[in-house]
Design a protein around this ligand. Structure first.
Ligand SMILES: [Mg+2]
Length: 362
């Protein structure tokens, strides 16, 4: 019988850092990362780290809202057994619906603690055996020449799959993808992410013009609510249709599966509320014959590590888009978790996330 894992403290600190270059998608543009690092401490002093990267247009909360939620969660969770993950989520859900990034911050820190207590890297704690995950690299919206140059640079750096942002102007999207294919050559796999920016007709128009360009997946072409449109599109295109903003919760995954709205689901811990709900989403997807990708918001290596552990643990998570940490000019808030060689992330052979955070210096 192991000693108690009574939660003694839940702390949260805002972390801001500039990006190497401004990052633009169909939903907006930013030149910095703003996220929250969470520390949960249990009796005896063992601490786990988590991260809450709130992005209101997707998660419905901003950093201020997430911090306010985390203060309430702290008083509700102190005294609870950290091993009771379902109960921890129930207690957080009783404070508020939504707030998935804030909830993910607590959830990830709790899993860090549980895996540390089990003395296993998190991916092994979750049932995996292979510490390697291959990630893509995202190319944000910019002028055609800039996007093509960035894509070529990333391909030279060893990224075999590039995710190209789209969704503001269909004609420009076509121009971007043609130039990028020209710049990277035939070997690099390309995915296109419209972040809800198209309607069904413009999506068909774009994909028709990109026939022969070799696009493997089309991510969230239509608004999050348009499952019927997704199904319409899915029946008419050759690419894998991946749902991102349409699926936050296990209920969303079930609805999407029943609607036949997609071939794949992009699971992000910041949308799902952490690993506990993410495991349910993956199980629903797997049962429905949909593969998953481990994606990310603007996150540091703290929660990127959690996403990579999840991807390494779950055979149905076949793709990873865990790249945001590489865009931070000085990712100084945390070390470890994984190392990168080309597009391959190798998880640390250390208990838990394997991440160290100088929390008091934040
Ligand atoms: Mg996306």
């Amino acid at each position: 019988m192991q000693s108690s894992m009574r939660i003694e403290n839940v702390e949260a600190k805002l972390y801001r850092a500039p990006l190497r270059a401004p990052f633009k998608i169909a939903l907006g543009e930013t030149d910095h990362i703003e996220t929250i690092i969470v520390r949960v401490t249990v009796e005896g002093g063992l601490a786990g780290f988590g991260e809450a990267s709130a992005y209101a247009p997707v998660t419905g909360e901003d950093s201020e809202g997430a911090l306010a939620f985390l203060r309430k969660a702290a008083s509700a969770l102190v005294g609870r057994d950290a091993a009771g993950v379902a109960g921890i989520h129930a207690a957080m859900d009783a404070i508020s619906v939504g707030r998935p990034a804030a909830k993910a911050g607590v959830d990830i820190a709790v899993y860090d603690i549980l895996a540390k207590r089990a003395q296993l890297p998190l991916y092994r704690f979750l049932g995996g055996t292979d510490p390697c995950v291959r990630t893509d690299m995202t190319v944000g919206l910019a002028d055609t020449a800039v996007m093509a140059e960035r894509a070529a640079l990333r391909a030279r750096e060893g990224f075999r799959t590039l995710k190209i942002k789209a969704g503001i102007d269909p004609a420009q999207d076509v121009e971007h993808l043609l130039a990028i294919r020209e710049a990277v050559g035939p070997e690099t796999e390309l995915r296109i992410d419209a972040n809800q920016g198209w309607d069904a007709k413009s999506a068909l128009w774009v994909l028709e013009r990109l026939e022969g360009v070799g696009i493997a997946e089309v991510e969230q072409p239509l608004p999050h609510w348009d499952l019927a449109g997704m199904r319409f599109l899915r029946e008419r295109i050759g690419q894998q249709l991946m749902l991102d903003e349409s699926v936050h919760t296990p209920h969303d995954a079930m609805r999407a599966a029943m609607a036949g709205a997609g071939d794949m689901i992009n699971i992000k811990l910041m949308k799902s509320g952490g690993l506990h709900p993410a495991l349910k989403i993956n199980a629903i997807a797997e049962a429905a014959g949909m593969a998953c990708m481990a994606g990310c918001m603007s996150e540091t290596r703290v929660s990127i590590s959690a996403g990579a552990h999840m991807a390494a643990a779950l055979p149905n998570v076949v793709l990873a888009d865990l790249d945001s940490w590489m865009e931070i000019a000085d990712d100084g808030c945390a070390q470890g978790g994984f190392t990168r060689e080309g597009d391959r992330l190798t998880l640390a052979d250390a208990p838990g996330l394997g991440v160290t955070v100088d929390f008091d210096a934040l």
